[in-house]
Design a protein around this ligand. Structure first.
Ligand code: 13P
Length: 249
């Protein structure tokens, strides 16, 4: 049985003070709660102070991006070693906003996943089709390409450590969630792809979470699906009350 993983992606929101207060409230409420694995991804400026709040708590810290090199002349970038240094255990890689707004390619994403794993930071590897691709019946082709290229040359043993987040681009920030059945169909496809490429044990155990307008009302239905192991939440994770409702679905 895979423990459901509920992750908050705050994107470019929250000051240090707001992030710390949110983290303190979560710790106060969920310090003893083991039914879910809870992850929060504040903006870079708040990572270190939030790490201090989360110390000794079961809540995990994630970054929203990372560079694929260990160090060097890469103005504005953050390396995986820097994330480890402040106690960051997860990193979101390949989010659709990074792909579409900042030009990240499958190959860049593959390099980021590879370096993150080397540093023992767990990648939350995002994939998902655009609306045009869905209309053109390319949902599975897109998932296939993004998974194959994103995980190219990653050893089988490492795949189990990765979290795959299926986030259909048309459902992000739009209020249009995929139905539980639409999401499950793609999750099942992804799991079968991982089984075929990396073996039965890896495929059965890899965590595949859903993202795209998740809220307290739709999370329950999504989580009844056998291949949905959690959620990556944007807008509804910005408010403690609504994030708490999602965690406690
Ligand atoms: P929303 O929950 O705001 O649709 O965002 C989803 C997302 O992009 C999480 O990474």
């Amino acid at each position: 049985m895979i423990t459901p993983l509920i992750a908050a992606n705050w994107k470019m929101n929250k000051t240090v003070g707001e992030s710390v207060r949110f983290a303190q409230q979560l710790v106060a409420e969920f310090a003893e709660f083991t039914e879910r694995e809870i992850v929060i991804a504040p903006p870079f400026t708040a990572l270190y102070p939030v790490a201090q709040v989360l110390q000794e708590s079961p809540i995990h810290l994630s970054a929203q991006n990372v560079h694929w090199n260990e160090k060097g002349a890469y103005t504005g970038e953050i390396s995986p070693g820097m994330l480890v240094d402040i106690g960051c255990e997860y990193v979101i890689i390949g989010h659709s906003e990074r792909r579409t707004l900042f030009g990240e390619k499958d190959d860049d994403i593959n390099r980021k996943i590879s370096t993150a794993l080397t540093f023992d930071v767990t990648p939350i590897f995002c994939i998902g089709e655009t609306l045009d691709e869905r209309i053109a019946h390319k949902t599975f082709d897109t998932a296939n390409r993004q998974i194959k290229e994103g995980l190219n040359n990653i050893p089988s043993d490492d795949i189990k450590r990765i979290v795959i987040a299926y986030e259909p681009v048309w459902a992000i920030g739009t209020g249009k969630t995929a139905t539980a059945e639409q999401a499950e169909e793609v999750h099942r496809y992804i799991r079968e792809l991982i089984v075929d490429s990396f073996g039965e044990d890896t495929g059965k155990n890899v965590r595949i979470i859903y993202g795209g307008s998740v809220n307290g009302d739709n999370i329950g239905g999504l989580m009844t699906q056998p291949d949905i192991n959690g959620a990556l939440v944007g807008g509804a994770s910005l408010d403690v009350e609504s994030f708490r409702n999602i965690i406690k679905y």
